[in-house]
Design a protein around this ligand. Structure first.
Ligand SMILES: NC(=O)c1ccc[n+]([C@@H]2O[C@H](COP(=O)([O-])OP(=O)(O)OC[C@H]3O[C@@H](n4cnc5c(N)ncnc54)[C@H](O)[C@@H]3O)[C@@H](O)[C@H]2O)c1
Length: 257
């Protein structure tokens, strides 16, 4: 009988965007507990510094570099800084994202739509482009994008968000095929509603939503950030070595309906 499986990221250098809270922070914590060395990044340097201090207090190997993923120069500087600090990027978790106000498409706010596309889609595109260049140079790597169940199907009142996340799935699947024989795997996680500040902001704007979000899945609860973080860490690890081009639904069975 084989020994029990326990995946390891010992010594792997992992970059996480949007790491100052929510799913990005939970992913960073899961990755660190599996032995990864972390480059944490976020558009919010104050929260990033606080998270970094918490990691250092636990003796974890982590650095922080601020980055706005909507800006190519900022993304290029983040990749360069990661390579300068650690010498390589074994895995990249492209997690930074924003929601927009709930509204049917005919009532969408154009600025909201532009923002969702800029952060959620262009941001992932820019990160992937420059991560892939580094991974090609070093001979391999793993990318995990944080999409959504709204990247797998329609999302009423969130059409702009859904469009951005469908775009992330397009980038994920295309790059997975393009680089499969260059030692690079590309996957996405597709969570349903997860208990983070993003969802708290949605409920603050529209308190009636709380009931809908809590009862959306067959499990009749939201996901916890740690449940998403652990799946991200598994997709980064060699234990998922034949998983490529997938959007892994983490949704308590929502998409089974
Ligand atoms: N919470 C959910 O229900 C849920 C469900 C499915 C998918 N997601 C996705 O998970 C990811 C994380 O969401 P969350 O719920 O943890 O949100 P959150 O708002 O709690 O955290 C998002 C983090 O991203 C950072 N960020 C925002 N804009 C950025 C930018 N331009 N550049 C760099 N960093 C930026 C924020 O500062 C914040 O730290 C997002 O891509 C989101 O779309 C969330």
């Amino acid at each position: 009988m084989k020994a029990a499986l326990e995946f390891s990221l010992a010594g792997k250098v992992v970059l996480v965007t949007g790491a100052a809270g929510g799913i990005g922070l939970a992913a960073a914590q899961a990755l660190a507990s599996s032995g990864a060395r972390l480059m944490l990044s976020d558009v919010d340097p104050a929260r990033g510094a606080k998270v970094l201090a918490d990691f250092h207090a636990l003796g974890l190997d982590a650095r922080f570099t601020p980055c706005d993923v909507t800006q190519a120069d900022s993304v290029i500087a983040l990749i360069a800084e990661t390579v300068a600090q650690f010498g390589r990027i074994d895995c990249a978790v492209n997690n930074a994202g924003v929601e927009h106000k709930h509204a049917k498409l005919a009532d969408h706010d154009d600025d909201d739509f532009d923002r969702a596309i800029a952060v959620n889609l262009k941001g992932v595109y820019l990160c992937m482009k420059h991560e892939l260049r580094q991974m090609l140079t070093q001979g391999g790597g793993v990318i995990v994008n944080v999409a959504s169940v709204a990247g797998l199907g329609g999302a009423p009142n969130l059409a702009g968000y859904a469009a951005s996340k469908h775009g992330v799935m397009g980038l994920t699947r295309s790059a997975a095929i393009e680089y499969a024989r260059r030692g690079i795997r590309v996957n996405a996680v597709c969570p349903s509603f997860v208990n983070t500040e993003m969802v708290q902001r949605m409920v603050e704007r529209n308190p009636a939503l709380a009931d809908t979000l809590n009862n959306a899945s067959p499990m009749r609860r939201m996901g916890e950030p740690e449940e998403i973080g652990r799946a991200i860490a598994w997709l980064c690890a060699d234990d998922s070595s034949f998983v490529n081009g997938q959007g892994l639904a983490l949704d308590g069975g929502l998409t089974a309906w």
